[in-house]
Design a binder for this molecule. Sequence first.
Ligand code: ZN
Length: 414
Amino acid sequence: MDPRPHLSIDGLLAELAALARISEADPPVVTRVVFGEADLRARAYVKGLCAAAGLAVSEDAIGNTFARWQGSQPELAPVGTGSHIDAIPNAGSYDGVVGVLGGLEAIRVLQKLGFKPRRSIELVVFTAEEPTRFGIGCLGSRMMAGVLTPQQALALRDKNGRGLEELRTQAGFSGPLESVQVPDGRFHQFVELHIEQGPFLEREGIDVGLVTHIAAPASQRIVIAGEGGHAGGMLMPGRRDALAAAAELILALESAAKSTGAIDTVGTVGICEVFPGAVNSIPSRVVMTTDVRDIDRARRDGVLAALASAVEEVSQRRGVQIAVELVNADPPATSDPSILAALEAAAIAAGKSHRKMVARAYHDSSFVSCIAPVAMLFIPCRSGVSHRPDEYASPQWIGSGVHVLARTLALLSE
Ligand SMILES: [Zn+2]
């Protein structure tokens, strides 16, 4: 089987360009916020393409969209592929979209080859991978996995105070939110094509990346309450300086992240607000955030535990009150070895250079991993740039990704 003669790269590029023009902003800027007018038009465009390819299209109560190419044994769980089409404000044309339209093209190539899948192949367009509207990423896949409950979803509001229930209804999605969660086994396997959003594949001149792990963050908000006073009048003994306490915690986090000995453990304090913030005033209060990421949940949570004991110790020794709020702690994902083996076999058969790598940004596959075996396939993007209008993946890179994906879907659905 050789997908190349059937791969219509010009047609796919035209579809990518057409989708990019469906935006809340002028080209080349792409902005598509979930349930906004552009998001709904983009959904209609993609559903039309799927229907034209003979796929059976359905949607769930939150707008996750499924386009199924029926296999010869339709009772078997399908092989899934897909990604998202929402885009953050001032984004580009490739993030997410390559996995949706590229996934569709992979299916069309297999159709033209006369391939008959045994398992159905299902293209999935996940609702709101980006956190723009509701402040939480991967809304659709998170709810499918049951990681976000209907009760939690109903509490979500956008910046204008409009709730998820009102917005999804207005967008035409109804039915109980409980029905969005799917059981284990809903997908036999799932594979997501995506741009790398990092520089390594382009820098190394490699066609495709086979993602072995998807890292996941845990973030906390820490508030330290000490005692303020005049920087001259209050002498050093007995001070309860909130910023000095924060400094110890920042270093404790750095040291805990380094001490795992793993290159994939990272810990960052990105926000540290000091009150009252005057040159001659002892800091009385600090609000800081922590972001800890790893591909291994136990190791990541070990860093959080080390930080928690530092909080305890610093609080007692310095006489400051420290409140720690867990903002989120999402699950890292490990790719399924049999999907990775299929991806590798497909890359070799396609004559594409490849390497294994770690995904360090969020993806819908992170949450799909809670209900099905997953893996991801990365293609390069220019200079690693993403979430910007100048985001770019070359026709050759996209073609390589679709070629390898088509062969992979054939292997997994046989
Ligand atoms: Zn994405």
